[in-house]
Each structure stands twice: as C-alpha cells, then as structure tokens.
Design a protein around this ligand. Structure first.
Ligand SMILES: Cc1cc2nc3c(=O)[nH]c(=O)nc-3n(C[C@H](O)[C@H](O)[C@H](O)COP(=O)(O)O)c2cc1C
Length: 203
C-alpha cells in the first residue's frame, strides 16, 4: 500500500493574494516581524516595478523608539493646532503611530523634473505599499495601509526628514500579529469593474 501524500497545508501565493484582508491597526499585537522577516518585507517591497529604475521612494522602519518619537510630535502638533483638545484626544494622537508592533512609513520622492512622469513615480510608491501588505500576509501577519491626517501634513513630512515641497507620505503601513481574524468584506462584482474591450462600442 502506498502512503497518501502529505497534505500541503501552506496556502499558495495565489490563495494569499485572493484572500488578503486588512486588519485594523488597533487589532495588530505583538509579536511583530523579526529581523529576517523585516528584511524580507523590505526586499519584497523594493522589487516593485519602477520605470527608469529611479527608486523614487523611501521606506522608514519605525519600531518602538521611532513610533514614540513620532507620537510625541503628532501629539504636540495636534495640541498646538487645537488648543481646546482634551488630554484624551492628545493621548490618542500620541498613541496613533504606536498601535502595532511595526510601522513602515512609505514616502514618494519623485525625481523632478524627469522624463519619467511624476504619476508613474508615485504609482511605484503605491506599489511599495501594496507589496508590503501582501508580503506581511504571506509571512502570516496582519497589516493595514493608513494615511490619516499625518500623511498630508508638511510638518510631519519634514519631521521625518523629507522635503514637503517634493515628497509625499503615501502610506503608513502597520504590521503585527492579528488579535482576531478580520471579517470578509464585500468585493466588487467583476462585471462592474472589468470588461473585455475589443474596440470602441458600436464600432
Ligand atoms: C492610499 C490609501 C490610504 C488609506 N488610508 C486609510 C485611512 O486613513 N483610514 C482608513 O480607515 N482606511 C484607509 N485605507 C483603507 C484601508 O487600508 C483598507 O484598504 C480598507 O479598510 C479596506 O480593507 P481591505 O484592504 O481588506 O479591502 C487606505 C487605503 C489606501 C489605498
């Protein structure tokens, strides 16, 4: 009698892509990715399509110390701008970047002027973010891509060492162990968002 082959329980790359779901940052807990996993995340993310090989993006790794430093900055900025803010609101802002074990800040840094359009350079930075989500999922972690208000504030961009006149924070990617599996959410009906195009309608 021949033994049945061992069931291969590892999900395929396609399974992972077809089932990816964001996990809310507040539901991401310790442990976060270890050093080898972090390197895999960064290697995967920096293999994105990149017209002109410009590497027009940067990824900043914020572990506990960096998250706390960014949280202090956000809390101060928030308190300065909203004098009537109460302690609870200010504490919320201090905690904002500290919701998950690992925070990766992705910033688009287009080379301008350049023959490669800014849009294509920005899209490459977006691809970095998406790749981080898929890689985190493949490593067994949950992740969420957020921008929220800090991504759009020049003060935050500058505080992180970027040039707000040129650079744009495009994603704050929170990564950690899922405290609970996220529910599925409705996905678009393929026929609403895709079509076979074989020439102009009525042509
Ligand atoms: C560029 C970008 C910015 C986002 N920023 C936020 C955000 O600030 N707050 C938020 O609740 N969701 C934000 N999202 C959406 C979530 O990351 C997530 O995609 C959404 O909750 C749907 O879940 P899903 O990824 O499982 O489909 C953003 C998504 C993208 C692509």
């Amino acid at each position: 009698m021949t033994a049945a082959p061992a069931a291969d329980t590892a999900p395929s790359a396609l399974d992972l892509i077809l089932t990816r779901r964001s996990t809310k940052a507040f539901d991401l807990v310790e442990p976060g990715p270890g050093p080898d996993e972090l390197e895999a995340l960064l290697r995967a993310a920096t293999r994105v399509p990149d017209h002109g090989k410009l590497t027009p993006w940067r990824i900043q790794v914020l572990e506990k110390q960096g998250q706390a430093a960014l949280g202090d900055f956000l809390a101060d900025l928030f308190a300065r701008e909203i004098p009537e803010a109460n302690d609870k609101q200010i504490a919320f802002e201090r905690d904002r970047p500290q919701r998950a074990p690992l925070l990766l800040v992705v910033t688009s840094k287009p080379k301008t002027p350049h023959k490669i359009p800014d849009l294509e350079q920005l899209l490459s930075a977006g691809a970095v973010c998406t790749t981080l989500l898929h890689t985190a999922n493949a490593l067994g972690y949950g992740a969420q891509w957020l921008t929220e208000w800090p991504a759009y504030r020049p003060e935050v961009c500058r505080h992180l060492g970027h040039d707000p006149d040129n650079d744009q924070i495009v994603g704050l990617i929170y990564i950690g162990t899922r405290a609970q599996a996220p529910d599925e959410r409705p996905r678009p009906d393929l026929s609403d968002v895709t079509e076979v195009w074989a020439g102009p309608a009525g042509g």
